[in-house]
Design a binder for this molecule. Structure first.
Ligand code: VG1
Ligand code: CO
Length: 598
């Protein structure tokens, strides 16, 4: 093979968003006119990594994807560009597919030395297939998604690029070759096919008691239903639930990865995981279906997204919102060996739009708590910092987002299967003293008890997808000008009695490296006539590939136990109406209802 320096020209619009660069697959394929889209992006990425690494090209890079359409072709192109640039070791999982948390584990712990980074081919929860999305993101040596300093530099480089390096005369790599197979791409560059599972399963075993869980898995009354949504998490779920815990095949739904996710939208929420939601005895709004026979339902239901980092958790007749799930995992740390072996989490964090359910638990446990901008990359510094907490070597950390993301410091990504095992562990502990033959303590019992103790943070999110960018910006500008910068004292409550009391725009200073991030969401604070506080947050999505998505996050605290049994969308309806009217949603966007409520 020969190394070639191929002339190219800059391509506009390669600015990574909340989690990598996501575009329609045709754009990546070069069908929209930019022939070297993948090459330009990867060269810019490598140049950025090299610059950060004091001029040395990274030595070892993992290349893996979530299996979506164009996965395998992109891997071949990327390997050639990496080899052209002199990356010595390129690790590819057998089959080319790995969940995002598995990649994060492998970067950190792979035998024979950690990797310098990973190129992950995923658009996560976005649909895949022709006409749908493809994406690429970069994770650095601790396994964490590259931060904004990195992606901003990458973007600058993509606007200055004049050539990329690749190799010519190399034949394609057989992605299904046995583990350990190597391909010598140049004298200096080798591809090795690696086992996708090993490090990740080992990491999970370090977090949970697999032996006890496999016993609990066989307990009468317990059954699990897991929906892989045809994403990358499926094969990992199969390994964990079937091979390790001995659960039956029937617990798996859609666990075979498919390039188009079986034409579904691989986002594990109430709308897109509708089949699972129904099988768990739930109505579409997450409330219990009154006709469901709780004892006959699976005790635990869960789903993952396209790249296996998101999770949906449900019990029999009980949907657990991601914000509640996070708070409950925190409060029930004793059930999870990863936390219990060191006396509980040493710190916790949530993204700003997530509900305050975690805050009250952190306060009760008296542990440091952080509110960060949306996106997992903002948790990385916090969890790697020993200084922020105590200076012991082992400082377990828990974090999560309202967008069905939960995880800890065992890796540097959110982790779909980790969340399921956390809940299985919580359920197991809650049933420790329940005699066999007795009915199981259910997820909903655990959740109700939690609300009775801490109060309930009613929470839901309205998404307005595919809004015209101009219209979406107008909504945000209006909130900024009229409420954040304007005088809200003259705005009176309407007939609902819900009054706007404050407005602010969220900015964040990273407590570890001092880096600053601005414009991370607009918050309107409200007060009900009863005096109960409520909050509505607005953000524009940073993961879409076309147009804009407005997210509106609604939250209301209810301390009264007698009022904990409403469905969240119902409880929040008047708040939503009030907020929509204030921001002139329909007038500015033409939308009289959201695309998704979850
Ligand atoms: C969304 C979520 C955010 C999450 C991000 C990546 O971003 O809101 O919480 O971190 O997706 O998740 P945005 O900018 O569209 O709101 V994934 O599983 O798509 O990597
Ligand atoms: Co994801």
């Amino acid at each position: 093979t020969t190394v070639a320096d191929v002339p190219t020209t800059p391509i506009q619009g390669m600015k990574p968003g909340t989690s990598g660069l996501r575009k329609k697959v045709e754009v990546w394929q070069g069908k929209e006119g930019d022939k070297y889209y993948v090459e330009n992006f990867i060269q810019s990425l490598l140049d950025t990594a090299t610059e950060k690494n004091e001029g040395n090209v990274p030595e070892t890079i993992i290349v893996a994807g979530d299996g979506r359409y164009y996965n395998d072709e992109a891997i071949q192109i990327i390997c050639k560009v990496l080899a052209g640039n002199g990356v010595s070791n390129i690790w590819i999982p057998q089959g080319g597919i790995m969940s995002t948390p598995a990649v994060s584990s492998a970067i950190r712990t792979r035998e024979g030395g950690i990797a310098d980074g990973a190129i992950i081919l995923t658009a996560s929860h976005n649909p895949g297939g022709p006409g749908e999305d493809f994406g690429i993101k970069y994770n650095e040596a601790f396994g964490q998604p590259a931060g904004e300093d990195f992606t901003d530099k990458l973007y600058e480089k993509s606007l200055e690029i004049s050539s990329f390096k690749t190799i010519e005369g190399a034949s394609d790599i057989d992605l299904n070759a046995p583990e350990g197979t190597t391909y010598q791409l140049t004298d200096a560059s080798t591809v090795t096919i690696i086992d996708p599972f090993k490090e990740y399963i080992d990491v999970l075993k370090g977090c949970f008691d697999f032996e006890a869980l496999s016993k609990f898995a066989k307990r009468p009354g317990f059954s699990l239903l897991f929906d892989g949504m045809h994403g990358a998490g499926g094969p990992f779920a199969r390994k964990v639930f079937l091979e390790e815990l001995g659960l039956p095949e029937s617990c798996l739904l859609r666990c075979d990865p498919r390039p188009d996710f079986g034409k579904c939208h691989p986002d594990p929420n109430l709308a897109y995981a509708a089949d699972l939601v129904k099988k768990m005895g739930l109505a579409a709004d997450g409330s219990a279906d009154p006709s469901a026979d709780i004892a006959a339902l699976p005790a635990l239901g869960a789903a993952n997204d396209g790249d296996g980092d998101r999770n949906l958790i449900a019990g029999a007749g009980c949907f657990v919102t991601p914000s509640d799930s996070l708070a409950l995992i925190c409060d029930n740390w004793r059930a999870i060996p990863h936390f219990s072996k060191s006396g509980g989490p040493k710190g916790v964090a949530r993204s700003m739009p997530s509900s305050g359910a975690l805050d009250v638990v952190a306060e009760a446990l008296d542990i440091p708590f952080f509110s960060t901008p949306t996106g997992w990359k903002f948790f990385g510094n916090l969890m790697s910092s020993k200084e922020l907490f105590d200076k012991t070597d082992y400082t377990p950390f828990l974090c999560g987002e309202e967008s069905f993301g939960t995880g800890s410091d065992h890796i540097r990504e959110k982790d779909g299967l980790w969340a399921v095992l956390a809940w299985m562990s919580i359920l197991m502990k809650a049933n420790e003293d329940v005699a066999e033959g007795e009915p199981l303590v259910q997820v909903r019992d655990i959740v109700n008890e939690h609300w009775a103790k801490y109060g309930r943070h009613y929470y839901c999110r309205y998404d307005y997808e595919g809004v015209e960018s101009d219209a979406a910006n107008k909504v945000m500008d209006l909130i900024r000008e009229e409420f954040v910068d304007g005088d809200i004292s003259t705005i009176l409550a309407d007939e609902s009695g819900i009054k706007l009391t404050a407005a602010e725009e969220f900015a964040y200073t990273d407590p570890v490296d001092g880096s600053q991030t601005s414009k991370q969401g607009l918050t309107l604070s409200f007060e009900y006539p009863s005096g109960d506080p409520a909050r509505v947050v607005y953000r524009l999505s940073g993961t879409g590939s076309a147009g804009a998505t407005i997210r509106m996050y609604l939250e209301k605290f209810e301390g009264d136990k007698a009022k904990h049994d409403q469905s969240a969308p119902t409880a929040l309806k008047s708040l939503a109406d009030r907020a929509l009217q204030l921001v002139k949603m329909e007038e500015l966007t033409g939308r009289d209802s959201p695309t998704v409520i979850t």
